[in-house]
Design a protein around this ligand. Structure first.
Ligand SMILES: [Zn+2]
Length: 307
């Protein structure tokens, strides 16, 4: 029986997850804490708690644009304190692989999740923003895959990435919450007004889909609008990549019946018929564990992503 193990790290804008993972893809131990404060020190401490003699390397999935060669981060809008840093600074004497967090999640799905059934797929992480990872011919494609920053609206809102009208400004959680808040400020009638002890600035995406499932018109409209934009983005990906699957993950898939169904409808209207018939739009099976599994897989498979 093989004893090789790896440390898989998922460093996102909200949480730091670090896990000890076996070669068979079993999560043996897991640490989760907020990714705030001195992130590099927290990461080092968490890895040190889990490391053992049979660990053959450390895989790190991190939100941002990755410098694979220098095992670091070029820029991370959600984790500005690590922009420009290299994880080599941590001083571990083990092989280190650094990958974008959504790309790592895509590789995790390929290894142990929904992606097992597909050689070519795009994974989209739907949360505060939208991330992406692309698996092609069974391997992780070493490209930026910043699907949330494809331009969707000409002269649209300004995005923190520097562009205007990016997909995630219209199709992700921040957009949903922003639209609801604005509508309530303008006097819209909705059960969400009673939410959060009347503080409309505390409304979360979960509050919005709970209200939507109870039939609230404002909540339903906001989810459908966001879904429509998501569908435009998915259609672009299908027409360019002709994947076998688009795998969706992240908190927002909790609103699948309204939000994602609308996206699927919109995507079907905008894609080449033959391509749409060849693609499955499906939820991830690993959820939050995809990132740590994928990061560990990049080490255990002794392979850097194809460039
Ligand atoms: Zn952008």
């Amino acid at each position: 029986m093989s004893k090789r193990k790896a440390i898989g790290v998922d460093l996102g804008g909200t949480n730091l997850r670090v896990a000890l993972i076996s070669e068979e893809g079993e999560i043996l131990q897991k640490i989760k804490e907020p990714s705030s404060g001195d992130i590099m020190s927290s990461l080092k401490a968490a890895v040190e708690r889990l490391i053992s003699d049979d660990v053959v390397g450390i895989g790190i999935g991190v939100a941002g644009i990755i410098d694979r060669e220098n095992q670091g981060v070029i820029t991370s809008p959600n984790l500005p304190s690590i922009s420009g840093k290299s994880f080599r600074e941590l001083g571990f004497k083990l092989p280190l692989v650094v990958e974008n967090d959504a790309s790592a999640a895509a590789f995790g799905e390929r290894w142990m999740g929904t992606g097992k059934d597909f050689k070519n797929f795009v994974l989209m992480t739907l949360g505060t923003g939208i991330g992406g990872g692309i698996v092609y011919k069974g391997e992780l494609l070493g490209v930026a895959a910043e699907v949330g920053h494809m331009s969707i609206v000409d002269n649209g809102e300004k995005c923190p990435c520097g562009n205007y009208g990016c997909l995630e400004l219209y199709a992700a959680a921040r957009a949903m919450v922003g639209t609801v808040t604005k509508a309530l400020e303008g006097g819209a009638d909705s059960m969400l007004r009673e939410c959060c002890k009347g503080n409309i600035y505390k409304i979360t995406p979960e509050d919005i889909y709970e209200a939507a499932f109870e039939g609230d018109n404002l909540a339903r409209e906001v989810l459908k609008d966001a879904g429509k934009y998501l569908g435009v983005g998915i259609a672009n990906l299908i027409n360019i990549m002709s994947p076998e699957a688009v795998i969706l993950t992240g908190g927002l898939i909790g609103a699948w019946d309204i939000y994602v169904e609308e996206a699927i409808r919109e995507a079907s209207r905008r894609t080449f018929k033959g391509l749409f018939e060849g693609v499955k739009i499906v939820p991830s099976s690993l959820g939050d564990d995809a990132g740590i599994l994928g990061a560990a897989a990049l080490v255990l498979h002794e392979k850097n992503p194809a460039v």
